[in-house]
Design a protein around this ligand. Structure first.
Ligand code: NDP
Length: 796
């Protein structure tokens, strides 16, 4: 096109970025990439390679190695062997390496940006101005955390060898989100990029070589899902960090169940973009472009559900259609385009099928009048209106440039629609009324809330989901805990810590008073004592085999009733931390009054010396004080993000938690698990000690007399593992803590995959509940809460 033509038509001329440097880089490897293992390029054992294409023009870029199980084994071995020396060099040296990586990424930013755009099809403007600067920022930020590790996180230690699996939508950015914190906390790792987009990860491997990163600290193995699966299943991998589809996330959750591997999952989303009638609509339109057409909508946190207040819906749709008409789509290296290519034909097919389903279900489709280029994998920006909340396209993640719009009338309807999804990754709220925005923000069930902005990211802020969007956070201080474990875990025992019973088998005497042994205890559901559904009871005997009493044998119906009761009650979660603390102090006070009775009950069930039982009650009272103290102190952070935002990291309750108490320490085990969970505002369904349940059933009266709202604590007695499995399978339970044996937690982790509920256990080890360092602390509170990052414009 000539300048004269451009002038006359006012068309944009092409403004291509040069691909020469990137092509030269590919040539430097003869366009064939080996695996990066132990600091060297190594041919795959299978000798199999697959092709990587440029989605903008379907041209082949390079051949990539297919790693098999043997290669995965080599890589994990290299990472394991590199670990001692990597730890030995100390925090400061590790900080220097991270800093060196950041510098190199900046120095080679053009090469990285072009290569990423070639490989993925995303516009060069985005890789140049967003992806690569954020990658460098991630390494700089975590160079700082590496330096501070030994002072700021001194009670924690590295996990060991980390397996990291990343998707194709932000290849280098996801790499940096995974690698930077892992290295900063002293781990070594094996990374598997997505098959469609391995090239920048391989260039990154070259950078690691260039800066002289010790061999084996970072290993990059390429391949398909089977390579990822081999990494997940490798016995020497201590943690899997995964970003990708919810479907594969669930496979990984099940595959790692019971293995003791730590897991963080950043999965799909169907994030709401909520527009209230007083919003600045021109800003909203640009927000929509960033929300759903950034990266062709292939963004896990894309604002793919537009929720608009009815009074302005048609006006906004009109403005959006006008803007869509002016969007430019084309070759990823053209600096003038707004949208690039979709990563691969398979992804286009998925988009087309879901769009067709939207049409078939009666939703109204709108696309711009222009047509897409034919030389690559392109899909036009698409708007659906007339969508009902239950439509497939309103529920399923499309992962393409397809916006689904719905309207609402009231604020509460907006919240209901926003939360009407199995996901909970992100959301954005648009209004000129800060009061309204901050009223809605806490009501949205999502890990990120952007106010009058969208798709903003920074290394200083955590990112991650609620519900089926996965668990764990990447970025921010909260993200570091994903790559560490408390040092105290090394003190855990292989066997339950049980006080030795008094040696002489006694029948009941004055010393062991009879306490209500003539009645069967009921369960405690919705603030009331409830008979078991099955009508059965179980005899409980003491350690010496004496009859102590009978407890109700709960079944799946009782668990379901308890979960329902926990959901029906929302007064506890709505209380301030201060108000919750007052109730907890009251519980402690009431326990103090009945100390002797509770101590006797422990003696009766466990035959320990009275003095030991008294100690257990005393420690329980103290523990309640600890969490009453924390209830208004375990607060969040204000992150120093680089944008003009104040970013609040707020710990929120998880919702309804299942708590499976240890069998040992009948009272203290119950208190140490239930009280931190409720101190954070959760409602709980508790399965108390199976062998010594009466400390929990005696506790009903304390709960009733301490102003604990009905439904906050629900207790179902019976066979621990049977009941725990029902809780783990229940779709309305948000998290489950399991304190018991290895087989038990394996089942819990496996069964929890269905709704991706958070799980926590000691992985078959046992705490000494009497030891404060093991039995209480912030670790419990972290597992009882999740961080929501709220981005508010600030100083703009
Ligand atoms: P996947 O979840 O399949 O892939 C993500 C990563 O996991 C890739 O590296 C993939 O390898 C690997 N992988 C695949 N199967 C396994 C397995 N069984 N065990 C271990 N690792 C595995 O996403 P896709 O790329 O296939 O995309 C499918 C859909 O997922 C998209 O349409 C989109 O809806 C969603 N998605 C969501 C993302 C998000 O960030 N939330 C990101 C990407 C996709 P390989 O690439 O070689 O198959």
């Amino acid at each position: 096109m000539k300048i004269k033509d451009i002038f006359e038509t006012m068309e944009y001329g092409p403004a291509p970025e040069s691909a020469i440097e990137a092509m030269d880089y590919l040539k430097s490897h003869n366009n064939i990439f080996q695996l990066f293992i132990n600091g060297e390029w190594k041919a795959p054992t299978s000798k199999d390679y697959f092709d990587s294409f440029n989605p903008s023009n379907k041209e082949k870029l390079a051949k990539i190695s297919e790693a098999n199980e043997k290669d995965v084994d080599f890589a994990v071995k290299a990472a394991k062997e590199a670990l001692p020396e990597w730890l030995n060099i100390g925090a400061h040296q590790r900080a220097r390496y991270l800093y060196a990586i950041a510098r190199q990424i900046q120095k080679h930013s053009r090469l990285f940006a072009v290569l990423e755009s070639l490989d993925n099809g995303k516009p060069i403007r985005e890789t140049r101005d967003i992806d690569i600067p954020l990658v460098a920022r991630h390494f700089y930020h975590h160079a700082g955390w590496a330096q501070l590790r030994d002072t700021e996180l001194k009670d924690y230690k590295e996990l060991g060898v980390i397996g990291q699996i990343i998707p194709w939508n932000f290849p280098l950015l996801m790499l940096s989100w995974k690698i930077a914190p892992a290295l900063a906390m002293g781990n070594t790792l094996v990374l598997k990029p997505a098959e469609f987009t391995s090239l920048t990860a391989l260039l990154f491997a070259d950078i690691c070589k260039q800066i002289g990163l010790p061999k084996g600290v970072v290993n990059v193995i390429t391949g398909h899902g089977t390579t990822g699966a081999a990494l997940v299943n490798h016995k020497d991998v201590n943690k899997i960090a995964f970003t990708g589809s919810t479907e594969v996330g669930k496979i990984i959750r099940r595959a790692t169940a019971g293995s003791g591997k730590k897991l963080s999952l950043e999965l799909g989303g169907k994030s709401p973009f909520i527009v209230f009638e007083d919003a600045d609509l021109d800003s909203v339109v640009e927000g929509v472009v960033d929300a759903i057409w950034f990266n062709q909508g292939q963004v896990c946190c894309a604002g793919s559900r537009l929720l608009v207040q009815e009074s302005i819906a048609e006006t906004l749709y009109k403005k959006i259609r006008k803007r869509m008409e002016s969007l430019r789509i084309g070759n990823s290296l053209d600096k003038c385009i707004d949208m690039g290519a979709i990563v691969a034909p398979v992804q286009i097919k998925t988009i087309e099928e879901l769009v067709q389903q939207g049409v078939d279900e009666g939703c109204k489709l709108w696309q711009p009048s222009w047509t897409c280029p034919k030389d690559g994998y392109f899909y036009p920006p698409t708007l659906f209106t007339g969508v009902s909340p239950s439509s497939t396209i309103a529920q399923e993640e499309i992962f393409g440039p397809v916006l689904v719009a719905m309207s609402f009338r009231s604020h509460s309807e907006a919240v209901k629609l926003a939360n009407n999804t199995r996901y909970g990754l992100a959301s954005s709220i648009w209004t000129e009324n800060i009061n309204l925005a901050l009223d809605i923000a806490p009501q949205i069930k999502a890990g990120v809330v952007w106010i009058n902005c969208t798709n903003v990211f920074d290394a200083a802020s955590g990112f991650g989901g609620y519900r089926e969007s996965g668990f764990g956070r990447e970025g921010g201080k909260e993200g570091l805990y994903e790559y560490m474990k408390p040092k105290i875990h090394e003190k855990f025992s292989d066997k339950p810590i049980i006080k030795t019973p008094k040696p002489i088998k006694t029948s009941f005497t004055e010393e062991q008073p009879k306490l209500g042994i003539d009645r069967t205890t009921k369960m405690y559901i919705g603030g009331k004592q409830a008979r078991p559904d099955g009508g059965n009871s179980t005899v409980i005997k003491s350690t010496h085999g004496e009859y102590v009493g009978e407890v109700s044998a709960g079944n799946r119906k009782d668990i379901r009733n308890a979960v329902e009761a926990a959901h029906a009650s929302n007064s506890w979660g709505g209380m301030t931390g201060h108000a919750r603390a007052q109730v907890l102090y009251y519980i402690a006070e009431n326990l103090e009054i009945r100390k002797d009775e509770f101590a006797n009950r422990i003696v009766q069930m466990t035959n320990v010396a009275k003095s030991d039982a008294v100690k257990e009650v005393d420690e329980s009272i103290e523990r309640i004080y600890t969490y009453a103290a924390h209830a208004d102190k375990f607060d969040g952070l204000v992150h120093h993000t680089i944008q003009r935002n104040v970013t609040l990291a707020m710990p929120e309750a998880l919702g309804v938690m299942g708590i499976v108490c240890p069998n040992e320490s009948p009272l203290l085990g119950f208190i140490s698990t239930v009280i931190p969970a409720i101190s954070m505002g959760n409602n709980v369904v508790v399965i108390p000690s199976e062998t010594a349940p009466f400390s929990a059933t005696d506790f009903y009266q304390i709960l009733e007399t301490s102003d604990v709202p009905a439904g906050t604590v629900n207790i179902v007695t019976g066979k621990k593992d049977e009941l725990a499995q029902v809780l783990a399978k229940h779709d309305n339970v948000d998290a489950i803590w399991y304190f018991g044996d290895k087989a038990g937690f394996k089942d819990i982790e496996y069964l929890s995959a269905d709704n991706m509920k958070r799980t926590w256990s000691n992985h078959g080890k046992y705490r000494d509940w009497m030891d404060k360092a093991q039995g209480e602390g912030k670790e419990f509170l972290r597992h009882a809460s999740q961080i929501k990052n709220i981005w508010i414009p600030y100083g703009a």
